[in-house]
Each structure stands twice: as structure tokens, then as C-alpha cells.
Write a protein that binds this ligand. Structure first.
Ligand code: NAP
Ligand code: GLV
Length: 308
């Protein structure tokens, strides 16, 4: 019974050592040293090709090395193969840090002060207490919940939106498309932490921005495909939105001549909000393989029909 790893080689070398020391019963194979392909029951990868899948006749589980699975074309993965995304504390902590940074930067007018400093202008803006700043998170999964919990410690007024009804302590929760207008009406800062699916593609569009309070700000840490770029530029230029922090774009990397790079109301980072941490992620993977060997549920199993 073997696990084939085919992703970032530096992380792979760390995982190989950790599996050798902590899970010697799992035969860890680091691509391209596959050995006999018929031994491979588990594949850990960021992306896969139909050829790779076809070469693994006994594959049972495909593990994404990241939290998202939108980079995998699930229609190409045979139905009998389970797909599992990465749910590990390192990714969560990175996202909590970044979302806190982005929220605090917008809350404390850092885009305005960045511009004022570049112009050597002393231009203070009246401070808004955190309790009067309404933060809304789209996506109440592992990451959205963890982000809201940390933001609650600053005293912000919190709300969240998901597909099915959810409960999060201290958060006003909304669910489903019909609840979206009420949710958006109460967001001074909107954070997107949705998975990219057929339903959520392009969800950050003019219609959504129009439902936000005037002068609201956006943080997109989901995927670039959530955002309709021209609608964001129009909303910023019209003053409907006051600023945006974007960690993800479509495509990545963003071309050098893209208007986002130089827009004064956009803070752009190169998809670094959070990253799979080799040690904690390896332990989650070991745990999941052991669960699967015993016929038990794995953490992060994707529901194929939903796409997340
Ligand atoms: P998750 O646990 O699967 O949670 C997804 C949440 O989104 C759930 O609350 C789900 O609703 C909600 N949702 C899905 N489709 C929806 C829809 N059509 N309408 C309303 N709500 C919907 O995912 P996660 O682990 O929190 O990760 C979320 C995403 O973050 C990932 O898919 C990835 O794209 C992104 N991410 C980005 C980075 C980065 O560095 N920028 C790093 C990691 C992850 P239910 O609760 O009803 O199921
Ligand atoms: C990163 O974006 C991930 O999905 O882990």
C-alpha cells in the first residue's frame, strides 16, 4: 500500500522524512520515483492529469495538497476515487493572520494613509470604534469560522453567509441566495472565503457590490474566479467601494500591465494569505490514510456534486 506524492518537491522531501519516522507502514513515494504503479492507493497532488490518473489502476483517494479543489477538474476523476482537501491548522492560522491584517488595514484606513504618505500629506481620518465596523464573511467553513472567531476578539460586529444554515457564536448567520441582500446590507468590510464552484464563480460582481453600504471595502482571499474585475474597478472608481485587498487573481501571476497593480485603492498580494505547512499537513495526511485503512471518515472529504 503506497502513497504517491506529486507536488512541491521541497515539501515532498520534508514529508518523506516525516512519513519514514512517524508512519513507516505507509510506503511514501516521491514523484518521479513511483515504483510499481499498481501499489499506489493514495495520491497527494495539487493538480492531476487524466493520464496520471489512468496510470494508477488501484488509486482509492486523491488528496489535494491545498485547502481548495477548484484547481482539479473533478469531472476527470473517476467516481470511485474519493477526493479530500487539506484541512490542517497551518493553513487556518495563516488565513486568520492575513484576514486580520487585511481587515485591520481597511478598518484603520491604511490605503488612504499609504497614498497620503506617498504625497507627504498629513491627513488624519476620524477613528471608527471596532464595535461600529460591520465585518461580513462569505463562507462559514473551516477558514471563515476561524477568521470570524479571531475578528471577534477585536470587538467588530460580525456576520456570515453560507449555503446551508450555520451557527457561529457571536456571529449573525445568513444562509442561501435569498438571504444575500440582508447579509450584504450589513457589511462595511466583506471578506470572501468561499470555495470556487459553478455557483460562486463571479459572485463578487456589480450586483453584489450594489447591495453593500456605500463606501464598503472588499477582501478577496477565496479565488480570483470569484471576482468580476471590471465590476470592481468600476465600483472603486465610482466610490461605491472604498478599497480592496486582493490575495488571489485570475490569472496568477497577474500580468504586469494589469490595472490592479497600480490602483491606489487596491492592496495586492501574490496568493500568500496562507500556505500548507509541511509538518502539520503531513500529520493530517497520515491521520486520514489511517482513518481510510480502517474504513473511517477522513477530514476534508469533498462532496463531489457540490464541488467543495
Ligand atoms: P469549507 O470548509 O469547504 O467552507 C466553505 C464554505 O463556503 C461553507 O460554509 C459553505 O457553505 C460555503 N459555500 C459554498 N458554496 C456556497 C454558496 N454557493 N453559497 C453560499 N455559501 C457557500 O472551505 P474552507 O476550508 O473554509 O476554504 C474556503 C476557500 O478558501 C478554499 O476553497 C479556497 O478557495 C480558499 N483558500 C484560499 C487561500 C489563500 O491563500 N488565498 C488559502 C486556503 C484556502 P455550507 O457551510 O453550507 O457548506
Ligand atoms: C491555497 O490557496 C489553498 O487552497 O490551500
Amino acid at each position: 500500500m503506497a502513497l504517491l506524492y506529486k507536488a512541491d518537491p521541497v515539501r515532498g522531501a520534508t514529508w518523506q522524512k516525516l512519513f519514514g519516522a512517524e508512519a513507516p507502514e505507509i510506503d511514501f513515494r516521491h514523484w518521479p520515483d513511483t515504483g510499481n504503479l499498481a501499489d499506489i492507493r493514495y495520491l497527494a497532488a495539487w493538480t492531476v492529469t487524466p493520464d496520471l490518473l489512468a496510470s494508477l489502476p488501484n488509486l482509492e483517494v486523491l488528496f489535494s495538497t491545498g485547502a481548495g479543489v477548484d484547481q482539479l477538474d473533478l469531472t476527470q476523476v473517476p467516481d470511485h476515487i474519493q477526493v479530500v482537501r487539506m484541512v490542517e491548522p497551518g493553513i487556518t492560522e495563516g488565513m486568520v493572520e492575513y484576514a486580520s491584517f487585511a481587515t485591520l488595514a481597511l478598518h484603520r484606513h491604511m490605503l488612504h494613509y499609504r497614498k497620503a504618505q506617498a504625497e507627504a500629506r498629513w491627513a488624519p481620518i476620524k477613528l471608527v470604534p471596532a464595535k461600529d465596523r460591520r465585518i461580513g464573511v462569505m463562507g462559514l467553513g473551516n477558514l471563515g469560522r476561524a477568521v470570524l472567531t479571531r475578528l471577534g476578539s477585536y470587538g467588530f460586529a460580525l456576520s456570515g453567509w453560507s449555503r446551508s444554515p450555520q451557527q457561529v457564536d457571536g456571529v449573525t448567520c445568513h444562509a442561501g441566495a435569498e438571504a444575500m441582500p440582508a447579509f450584504l446590507a450589513g457589511c462595511d468590510i466583506l471578506i470572501c472565503l468561499l470555495p470556487l464552484t459553478a455557483e460562486t464563480h463571479g459572485i463578487l460582481c456589480r450586483k453584489t457590490f450594489d447591495l453593500l453600504p456605500d463606501g464598503a471595502a472588499l477582501v478577496n482571499v477565496g479565488r480570483g474566479g470569484h471576482l468580476v474585475e471590471s465590476d470592481l474597478l468600476a465600483a472603486l472608481d465610482a466610490g461605491k467601494l472604498s478599497g480592496a485587498v486582493l490575495d488571489v487573481t485570475e490569472p496568477e501571476p497577474l500580468p504586469n500591465d494589469h490595472p490592479f497593480w497600480r490602483h491606489p485603492a487596491i492592496l495586492l498580494t501574490p496568493h500568500v494569505a496562507s500556505m500548507t505547512q509541511p509538518e502539520s499537513a503531513a500529520r493530517v495526511l497520515m491521520g486520514n490514510i489511517r482513518q481510510h485503512r480502517q474504513g473511517l471518515a477522513m477530514l476534508g472529504t469533498v462532496t463531489r456534486g457540490r464541488g467543495y
